[in-house]
Ligand binder design. Sequence first.
Ligand SMILES: *Cc1c(COP(=O)(O)O)cnc(C)c1O
Length: 496
Amino acid sequence: MIRYFSTRDEKAEKGVSSAAAIKRGIAPDGGLYSPDVIPEVTPDFIDSLKDLEYSARAAKILSLFLSDDYSGPEIEAFCGAAYSPEAFPDGAAPLKDIGDGKFVLELWHGPSCAFKDMALQLMPRLLSAAITKTGEKRDALILVATSGDTGKAALEGYRDIDRIKIEVFYPAEGVSMIQKLQMMTQAGSNVDVCGIRGNFDDAQNGVKSIFTDGDIAAELDRRGLFLSSANSINWGRLLPQVVYYFSAYADLLKQGAVSPGERIDFVVPTGNFGNIFSGYLAYRMGLPVGRLVCASNRNRVLTDFFSTGVYDKNRSFYTTSSPSMDILISSNLERLLAYSAGPVRTAGYMSELKKTGRYSVGESILGDIRDIFAGYCADDEETSAAIGRYWKERHYLADTHTAVALSCADRYISETGQERPCVVLSTASPFKFASSVYSSVTSFEAEPGYRALEMLSEATGIPVPARLSGIDRRAVRFPDVCDADGMRRRMLTFAG
Ligand SMILES: *Cc1c(COP(=O)(O)O)cnc(C)c1O
């Protein structure tokens, strides 16, 4: 039996099942649910993934964590539906060989064209079943405040899922044109979308205040609903991401690019530390990983943490060309701390962070962390240069987030002389950030609006992805914008 404990549970006594952890999202003490044992796999297990499709690889790996609550056929059915050819027409996580021992793992072939689909296509199915399994009588209302990518991926994942409704709030002037169109044209019978007059913080604070309001909870309870969240602190969002680390290794084995047991490095464009933490779980399960390289943009709070052991969010916040990584509090780092330093110390760090904005882990814990992690960062200029370089030299077109990782990979390899195969995770389609990518490739400015996508396509000969093609001409279902204090009324109307 695997039990899920809060990262701050000092007595380690309040463990819950996987279904309960997925339903609750965050632990009552504010910590993050994490498994008490990390299942280990054998080299034969890894080898057996080679000849399977992605959905079957996913089912085998997820079963190791979920089989106390979910049956084998159930997990297979969920994975089959989540990673179907309809959802991922070009394959769920194709691995591209770009030469010199470097590979790109493309995680953006899902409905929103960003990597959050990898988890959000699956998690709603796990949650929907968890509601039934835990004997919950009410249905879930998922409330999301988004600065861009999460909103669309969550809407696509939760639409038309049984016993769940989803409502997304976004800053009307604070997301990209493509992201806004993706949300305003959303399909599904259980979805609602509304813009907010204000910035992302206003949207997020509005959502937080709804979550902590006892009167609203009681009112929703009368209507047979409870609130739940879709963000990356939920165990149900981390777990599906473990799969593609194994999948990349299985593909390398299949291509003969590695021999069984040979170690490889991963370079991960990082914001909230969810993606790379899933890589850490894969490593702890027995995947032969040499290094997990954490790639940050100019908001380099994690780079500094890995070099000094001091996490300090008291610093300027920068808006960069890789907005999904513009973060000063990387929530999932708490899970790494819990495994490295234990819940007692982790609870202490988190209360320090809340009080003073910083904490320090000390030499010995930092040493353990650095045995597997390394931190690198790239500013906008280096990122843009990497996009141009990889396009000109290797004909690989990367988005801005992926390019941060490519730039970091190059520095990591030149500084360490490392010769292991290196897998760079690619987290968004270049067309999602078309105007930055266009100017990096051509040195000219793109025209505003949808035209930028067409210009990028003309300049590179790569077609606009079907999911984004003509998005400016689709019917708008959700044109509304409200003030931040109108969010409650909107939510209660939607709740019905
Ligand atoms: C969310 C996101 C990231 C950051 O992932 P984390 O799990 O938060 O570290 C990187 N790139 C893109 C495109 C994203 O949407």
